[in-house]
Design a protein around this ligand. Structure first.
Ligand SMILES: O=C(O)CCC(=O)C(=O)O
Length: 361
C-alpha cells in the first residue's frame, strides 16, 4: 500500500514540501482537503495578472472542412486564415476536424481512469528522464525547479513508435486511434501552413521529416487547488515541436500570452486547440511565433487536458526553410531536432528559452 501524504493542521504554517515528497499532487490534494497548500507551490507572489478577457473571443477559429475542401476558393480562404492565425496569434481553434466526439470522450474517460489508479499501480511508469518512452510524474520539472506546479502528468512517445501504458484496460487502444488521427490532422494543418508561407504543400513535411517525426502524448490532471490565487498548474512556457493539438475536459485553465496580455482560452465544444511551437517558428524564419502559455487553477473542479506535441524527425537538421531565406536573412541557427529537444529540457531547468539561444540577431 502507498503511504498516505503528510497532512498538517490548517492553523500551522504551511510546510515547504518538495514535489518528490509528494509524488502525486492528486493524491496529496485528495488527502489535504481544504488545508493551506505547501509554500513550495507558491508561484504567484504579486497577485494574479490582469486577464484581457475582451480578447478571448478574438482567438481565431479554423474550419478544417474548408481547409480540406476540393473547392479551390474555399481552400484558399482557409489557407489564408490559417496563415493569419499563425502570424498574428500562434493559437487557434480547429472545428470540424473529423475526429468523432465518441473517440474524444473515450480518450478523456480513459485518461481520467489512468490518473485515478492507485499511486502504487502507476509506480512502474515513474519518470526516468526525457527519453523514457512512458513517464508519469508531477509538477513541471521537479528535479530542478524552485517552485512546484499543481499538476500530475503522463507523457508518452507515441510516434514514430507507439508506446503506451498497458492500464487501465482499453486506454492503449483508444490512445493509438486518437494519436494517429491527431497526427493526420496535424499533417493537413502543416500542409496548409506550408501553402500559407508560399511554399508547396508538402514542403514543411519534407523539410522536417514529419512522417517519421516525434509525437508526445501528454495527459495532464490539475486537481482542485484550495488556494488557486497562489499556485499555477504550469508556468509560462512554449512547446518544443511544430504544432501542439490540445483537447480538454469542460474546465477552463489554459491562458495564452498575446501582446503581453494573458487571455483565457474558452474552447468551442469538441474543438482542438492548436498552438504554434518552437520548431514552426524556426522553419518559418520567425513569421509564425511559438506562443507562450500557462495553466491556471480553480478550487472546485478537476481539470484535464490532453495536448499532443507533433514535431520533426529527431535526426533532421532544423533551421529556416531555404526558400524562405533566399531573399531575407536567416534569423535562427540550424540544429538537429534531437539536440534541440535535449537542450530544451536542460534550459527549462535553468528557466531559459532555447529559442533565444537559436536567434541570430
Ligand atoms: O493544460 C493546458 O491547457 C496546457 C498544457 C501544456 O501547456 C503542456 O502540457 O505543456
Amino acid at each position: 500500500m502507498a503511504s498516505p501524504p503528510t497532512i498538517y493542521a490548517s492553523s500551522s504554517k504551511p510546510p515547504k514540501l518538495h514535489a518528490s515528497d509528494i509524488g502525486s499532487i492528486k493524491a496529496f490534494a485528495d488527502a489535504n482537503g481544504l488545508s493551506p497548500i505547501p509554500s513550495s507551490y507558491y508561484s504567484i507572489v504579486e497577485g494574479r495578472d490582469d486577464v484581457a478577457d475582451h480578447l478571448a473571443s478574438s482567438i481565431p477559429v479554423i474550419d478544417f472542412s474548408l481547409l480540406t475542401s476540393d473547392h479551390p476558393q474555399l481552400h484558399a480562404n482557409a489557407v489564408s486564415q490559417l496563415g493569419k492565425a499563425c502570424a498574428e496569434w500562434g493559437i487557434f481553434m480547429v472545428t470540424n476536424h473529423g475526429i468523432s466526439e465518441k473517440l474524444m470522450e473515450e480518450v478523456m474517460n480513459k485518461a481520467h481512469e489512468f490518473h485515478n489508479l492507485p499511486v502504487e499501480e502507476k509506480k512502474e511508469f515513474g519518470d526516468k528522464g526525457p527519453w523514457a518512452p512512458i513517464r508519469h510524474g508531477t509538477s513541471f520539472l521537479p528535479q530542478g525547479e524552485k517552485v512546484h506546479y499543481w499538476r500530475d502528468h503522463l507523457k508518452v512517445l507515441t510516434f514514430p513508435q507507439f508506446n503506451f501504458p498497458h492500464k487501465p484496460p482499453g486506454f492503449k487502444e483508444v490512445a493509438y486511434d486518437y494519436s494517429r488521427k491527431i497526427r493526420a490532422v496535424a499533417r493537413t494543418l502543416l500542409q496548409g501552413i506550408s501553402e500559407s508561407l508560399g511554399l508547396e504543400s508538402k514542403a514543411l513535411m519534407e523539410f522536417t521529416g514529419f512522417d517519421s517525426g516525434l509525437q508526445v502524448f501528454i495527459v495532464n490532471l490539475y486537481p482542485p487547488c484550495p488556494q488557486p490565487e497562489l499556485a499555477l498548474g504550469l508556468p509560462p512556457h512554449t512547446d518544443q515541436g511544430l504544432l501542439t493539438l490540445l483537447y480538454q475536459n469542460g474546465i477552463g485553465g489554459l491562458q495564452v500570452n498575446h501582446d503581453d496580455k494573458w487571455i483565457n482560452v474558452n474552447p468551442l465544444p469538441n474543438c482542438l486547440i492548436v498552438n504554434v511551437a518552437d520548431q514552426l517558428e524556426v522553419v518559418s524564419n520567425g513569421k509564425y511565433k511559438s506562443i507562450l502559455h500557462r495553466a491556471i487553477l480553480n478550487n472546485k473542479h478537476t481539470r484535464m487536458s490532453i495536448p499532443l506535441l507533433n514535431g520533426p524527425k529527431l535526426e533532421k537538421e532544423i533551421g529556416p526553410v531555404p526558400e524562405l531565406v533566399e531573399k531575407e536573412e536567416p534569423l535562427y541557427k540550424t540544429i538537429k531536432y534531437r539536440d534541440y529537444f535535449q537542450v530544451q529540457q536542460q534550459a527549462r531547468l535553468a528557466n531559459k528559452s532555447v529559442l533565444d539561444e537559436l536567434r541570430l540577431n
